[in-house]
Structure formats: structure tokens, C-alpha cells
Design a protein around this ligand. Structure first.
Ligand code: AKG
Ligand code: FE2
Length: 481
């Protein structure tokens, strides 16, 4: 196990084979430029609260990530968090290994790469991390590291402060959606709070790997202490990756999947990733607000209307979390699994049988009225350069059963059968058309020739339908939903 940790003091001069990403998945560092994300001053004695709420709402809508200043956490407290983090990763390996585990359900856990079991990964990421539960503090603090000595004091204080700040922000986010201030907090229930200390050592070949590959955060809200001296955090905006420029003494706030679901997709959990650096290590500390395991997450009914139907099926957070921890949605946004996908594929296709009258009539898609047990579409929404498998799923009541290879293949079979029928219709039309063209010319009959052109328009219509069916099998990605 120890050999998988990176924070051993050993300096590699070449990237080990099992960290090298395939060509198409590499970070292309030289092509990425910086982007300033909105910077919001939370001092309500200077700025009117309504204005703060509006700014937060705009940032959530347009970026899914923003920075806050005057957040109430002292620079000294933040500095101490960085120092403790650095000291922890500098501890001798044997000392750190007391906390090492590959089991993602552990409440205090040092590990490496992503959150899942590193043994199941094909390609690792250039990152070690310590993740620990932090709420209620009394329940978990005893199991936290005792070394460095100030660990419990510093991290206990910061976790309490950042959690409180998280709740304030969640309140403002609720208001910005036109909901009651405590709406999101009520839905999240007895919120869990986790902290993660990330350590990205200097990397010999940063162009070939990631510190943390593209992902969205699974919870409601993340408050991140970014390393403002060493760049690394990138976000996806309008299909392009940007380095996030962080303002000194500010905290980065990014939305997680649960806010995307609760807001019925008005706000998006932001795709982000971390790249590494050839001569400098990088540190960051995340503070994660997560729903209670039994919280039922669904789009707020106030945000559902005729024009804006429910985009997500309701689900129980624990099922969602288990799906992520299983590692089976690596590189995908798990939330997209719950999307009601309004497209030709989920609309009922009624196919007229006559070769002249073959047509596709989409029946009313009753997104709001989908009952438990009905098939909804899942589609993996992948970061650029990654590959995915299209998926379908069946939801039972509020919970969702995520296993669906059967439905995937049934769906693909249906599509392929329809495509064959359309193809047959096109062939028949072209045959008849050819006969009519030849016959019409021989008989000098304008009416037969006109009928042939009519057939040509049918062929065009079938071809468009065929294309639509084919395209409905494409998978979504961060650029195209
Ligand atoms: O290290 C960073 O800047 C980001 C880390 C992150 O995205 C996470 O812990 O979820
Ligand atoms: Fe993250």
C-alpha cells in the first residue's frame, strides 16, 4: 500500500507508467488560459444583502463557481490550515500509514489518486489526500490524526467555520432561486460535512497526467481553500477548460450535483479538474456540505412549470453516493444518470406502416407524470476526451436502481430495428422513384415524373428521420446535453 502513496519524499525523474494518460485524455497545458471567476464580497455592512444574493445567483447560473471575500474566516485561521496540511503530508510514511485505507466508506482515510479504491484504477492520479468526516465534530474528532499536534484544534475550528459559511451561502442560493432561505437546508436534512486535504507533489511530466481528473462534486456545496501560489485548478466553461484564477484570501465556492438537482438544472455543478506542476507541490483543502443519507433530492416544485419541466427524477442521496463510491461512474457526471432526456429516443415513436405514408409521430412526452417503474434515460456526460457508455435506467419510487446493461441493449436494439425499417422504406422509395423516372420519360408523362419528385421528398424526410434516430444514440458531453 505504501508504495502507492506519493508523499514519501521520493522524487521521481520520470512519470511512472501507471500514471500516464492516453494521448487523447492529456491536459494540453499550453492551450489552457486563465479565467477570473466572479468575486463576491460578503460584507453585508458594505453591500446590500439583496445585491449579494443577486450576485451569488448570477455566479451560480453562469459559472457554478465563485470566490468570496469578507467571508468571516480569518487569514490566520486559513494560514494555519495550510501549515497543518503541509506538515501532515511531510510526516514519515510509517506515521501517515496509520490512516491509510483503500475503503472509501472509512470516516478518516488517507489515500491516493481519486476517492475510489485505487487498486481498481487503470491509470492513477498524481495526488494524495486525507479525507475525514467532521460533523458532528464530537463524533469524529477523536479519530482524526494526532500528528501534527495542532491538527485537531486547527482543523476543528476551520471545519466549524467553513460549515457555517456553507450554510450562509446555501441560504443565499435558496433565496436567489426564489425559494425560502432555509429551503435547501431543510431538504439536505442532517447535513454531513467532510474535509479533504489534497497534496499534489511536484510531477516530473505534468503534461501526461492529472492531479485530479475532471469531475463534479457530488454534494451540495464545496468551499475550497485553493493554493493561490501554485496554479492547478481548472474549470470547464462553454466547452473549454480554464485555469481558475484565485484571489488572495478568498475562498472558492463551487456548486455540487445536489444543488443542480434541487434547482432543476438552473444552476450547474461545475466540471473541474486539477493539473500538476513540474517543480512545485500544490496543496488545497476542501470543505464539503453533503445531504443526509436519507435526504430525498428532487427539483423544487416551485421551479417546475410547463416551460421548465422536472429535469431530474427524485432520488435518495445515499443511493447516489453509493453509485459514486462504487467507482462505476468515473469520468461521468452521476447526476446525468437521472436526467429525463426529452428526445426522439424517449418519445414514443409511432411508425406508420405504409411505404408511402411511413412517418414518425412523437407522442406527448409527459415528463412530469413519469411513474415509478418507467424507463428514463441515463446518459453519461463525459469530460472532453473521455469515452462513455450510453445507459438507461428504471426508477422505482424515489430511489433509483442504477444497474442497466439490459435496458441499454434493449434501447439500442429498438433504435436499430427502427433504423432498419426506415432504411427499407428509403430503398423502396428509391426503387419506385427510379421506375417512375424511367417510365415517365419513356411515356413522356409529366404526371409520373412529378410523382417521382414527390417520392424524392419522401426519401429526404426518411433520411432526416434516420439521421435523428442515429443522433439520438449519441452520448452527451459537457458541451452538448
Ligand atoms: O485541489 C483542488 O484545487 C480541487 C480539489 C477538488 O476538486 C476536490 O477535492 O473535489
Ligand atoms: Fe472537486
Amino acid at each position: 500500500m505504501a508504495e502507492t502513496l506519493l508523499s514519501t519524499g521520493f522524487r521521481f525523474d520520470k512519470l511512472p507508467e501507471n500514471y500516464i494518460r492516453p494521448e487523447s485524455e492529456r491536459p494540453r497545458l499550453s492551450e489552457v488560459v486563465s479565467l477570473k471567476v466572479p468575486l463576491i464580497d460578503l460584507d453585508s455592512s458594505i453591500i446590500n444583502r439583496d445585491e449579494i444574493v443577486t450576485q451569488i445567483g448570477n455566479a451560480c447560473r453562469d459559472f457554478g463557481i465563485f470566490q468570496v471575500t469578507n467571508h468571516g474566516i480569518s487569514t490566520e485561521s486559513i494560514q494555519k490550515v495550510f501549515t497543518v496540511t503541509k506538515e501532515f503530508f511531510q510526516l514519515p510514511v510509517e506515521e501517515k500509514m496509520r490512516y491509510y485505507s483503500n475503503d472509501p466508506s472509512k470516516k478518516v482515510r488517507l489515500s491516493t489518486s481519486r476517492y475510489f479504491n485505487v487498486e481498481n484504477e487503470k491509470v492513477h492520479n498524481w495526488r494524495d489526500f486525507l479525507r475525514f468526516y467532521s460533523n458532528p465534530l464530537e463524533e469524529f474528532v477523536n479519530d482524526w490524526p494526532t500528528n501534527p499536534q495542532s491538527f485537531k484544534d486547527v482543523m476543528g475550528k476551520y471545519s466549524r467555520e467553513s460549515r457555517e459559511l456553507g450554510f450562509k451561502l446555501v441560504g443565499a442560493i435558496s433565496e436567489s432561486l426564489g425559494l425560502e432561505t432555509d429551503y435547501i437546508e431543510r431538504v439536505l436534512g442532517k447535513v454531513s460535512h467532510h474535509m479533504t486535504m489534497n497534496y499534489y507533489p511536484a510531477c516530473p511530466e505534468p503534461d501526461l497526467t492529472f492531479g485530479f481528473p475532471a469531475h463534479t462534486d457530488k454534494g451540495a456545496l464545496t468551499i475550497l481553500l485553493p493554493d493561490d501560489k501554485v496554479a492547478g485548478l481548472q474549470m470547464l466553461k462553454d466547452g473549454k477548460w480554464f485555469f481558475v484564477d484565485s484571489h488572495p484570501n478568498s475562498l472558492l465556492v463551487n456548486l455540487g450535483d445536489q444543488i443542480q438537482a434541487l434547482s432543476n438544472g438552473r444552476y450547474k455543478s461545475v466540471w473541474h479538474r486539477v493539473t500538476v506542476n513540474s517543480n512545485q507541490e500544490r496543496i488545497s483543502v476542501g470543505s464539503f456540505l453533503l445531504p443526509a443519507n436519507d435526504a430525498v433530492i428532487a427539483p423544487a416544485k416551485e421551479l417546475i412549470s410547463e416551460e421548465s419541466p422536472a429535469m431530474y427524477k427524485s432520488f435518495i442521496y445515499e443511493d447516489y453516493d453509493n453509485k459514486i463510491l462504487s467507482g462505476s461512474v468515473v469520468d461521468e457526471k452521476c447526476l446525468e444518470i437521472l436526467v429525463f432526456w426529452v428526445s426522439l429516443k424517449t418519445q414514443q415513436l409511432r411508425v406508420g406502416r405504409s411505404w408511402r405514408n411511413l412517418f414518425l409521430v412523437p407522442e406527448e412526452m409527459e415528463v412530469h407524470n413519469l411513474q415509478s417503474g418507467q424507463i428514463i434515460e441515463i446518459h453519461g456526460n463525459l469530460p472532453m476526451g473521455a469515452t462513455s457508455v450510453g445507459m438507461s435506467k428504471i426508477c422505482r419510487g424515489a430511489t433509483c436502481d442504477f444497474s442497466d446493461s439490459e435496458t441499454i441493449s434493449r434501447d439500442a436494439k429498438e433504435r436499430s430495428a427502427l433504423m432498419q425499417e426506415l432504411l427499407m422504406a428509403i430503398v423502396l422509395c428509391v426503387l419506385f422513384m427510379s421506375v417512375e423516372v424511367v417510365g415517365g420519360m419513356k411515356a413522356n408523362s409529366l404526371s409520373i415524373l412529378t410523382d417521382a419528385t414527390h417520392l424524392l421528398s419522401d426519401v429526404a424526410a426518411f433520411a432526416i428521420s434516420l439521421f435523428s434516430l442515429w443522433a439520438s444514440g449519441w452520448e452527451a458531453n459537457p458541451r452538448q446535453s
